[in-house]
Design a protein. Structure first.
Length: 344
């Protein structure tokens, strides 16, 4: 069977196996996201438009096909605007790469550049109130090993404001404890490493956890800090395991704390730590570095969330809907004023 345009598939292969992981040094998760995007587009062409796979070529990446594909994602697969934009950016990135190899398709890249990014609604980050956080951390049973594991995982995740995958990637060699200021190295998005200080109580808990789960092991080895045992073999803990025990402890905490949300997920601990640091006076630029954000703008969501929470509290305390003199969110923020008036 002959392919209509063999260079099309060769470019996809080289893009996913050479360019992204080896030249751009993107992480496995990022490469997987690009692969999913391209696979979805091919699925749309072959299943929805009924085009034979071997007949696909760059000609099928015209603006009409891409635009219809993006609409299909939202109507048939119920994808959000942010997911739609992510798929579009992956296709744009592939065409940018392919254009360098095939100058004849430069017009395709220009066409796709005319498809606008779809504006997605502002999201209020989900975080826990202080009573809810205390209730959650109090649920694991320290008389059981699994309770100690769950408790230490949540404590360390909150202390470091780490992403769930960053926690699961941790190995003992990532900790530096023999220093006046202990810290841990986190492997974040794009394989970028950042160092995060550890609180004294967290370091004490770490040693207690190590005695139970890593007896006799060196704190310099490459074994995963968090693991599960399947068929008598240690395996790196999965995100599903974390989601399960956090939901379990969240449901138990909800019986004792009315502030506990109905749905608990690991990222809430990261958001909660970020909110607490922001309220304690952490500058946004420093908070962005602490969280591993490339752009400070990404971190501004915590300032917005904090303001919205205060506004909701004012309304809740004012049952008669009396007029309350609120401080405008833009006051003293020239950049926000420019955005409000379309200048940015």
């Amino acid at each position: 069977m002959k392919f209509a345009d063999e260079t099309f598939f060769k470019n996809i292969r080289d893009f996913l196996t050479v360019y992204l992981p080896k030249q751009k040094c993107y992480s496995e998760n990022t490469v997987r996201s690009y692969k999913i995007s391209l696979n979805l587009f091919i699925e749309y062409l072959t299943n929805t438009l009924e085009l034979p796979l071997h007949k696909l070529s760059f000609e099928h990446m015209r603006i009409e096909s891409i635009a219809n594909f993006l609409d299909w994602l939202q109507t048939e697969r119920s994808c959000s605007a942010s997911t739609r934009n992510q798929r579009l950016m992956a296709i744009r990135s592939f065409l940018k790469y392919a254009t360098g190899k095939n100058p004849a398709i430069v017009s395709l890249r220009a066409e796709i550049g005319n498809i606008p990014i779809q504006k997605s609604p502002e999201k209020i980050v989900e975080f826990l109130s202080e009573p809810a956080l205390k209730a959650l951390l109090a649920q694991p049973d320290h008389n059981r090993d699994i309770g100690i594991r769950d408790s230490f995982f949540m404590t360390l995740m909150y202390d470091t404001a780490a992403r769930c995958q960053e926690m699961l990637n941790l190995e003992w060699k990532d900790f530096e404890l023999d220093t006046p200021s202990p810290y841990v190295r986190l492997l974040g998005k794009g394989n970028k490493v950042r160092t995060v200080p550890l609180m004294d109580k967290t370091v004490q808990f770490l040693h207690f956890y190590a005695e139970r789960f890593h007896t006799g092991s060196s704190l310099k080895d490459e074994r995963p800090v968090f693991y599960t045992i399947i068929h008598s073999k240690q395996n790196r803990m999965s995100p599903d395991t974390v989601a399960r025990f956090m939901q379990k402890h969240g449901e138990a905490a909800r019986l004792k704390c009315l502030d506990m949300p109905e749905r608990i997920h690991p990222h809430q601990l990261r958001h909660t730590r970020a909110i607490h640091l922001y309220r304690s006076g952490f500058p946004l630029a420093l908070l962005a570095e602490y969280l591993g954000h490339v752009h400070v703008e990404t971190t501004r969501v915590y300032a917005y969330a904090d303001t919205e929470m205060k506004r909701a509290a004012i309304r809740k305390a004012d049952p008669d809907n009396l007029a309350v003199q609120e401080i405008p969110i833009w006051k003293g923020d020239d950049e926000m004023i420019k955005k409000l008036y379309g200048l940015k």
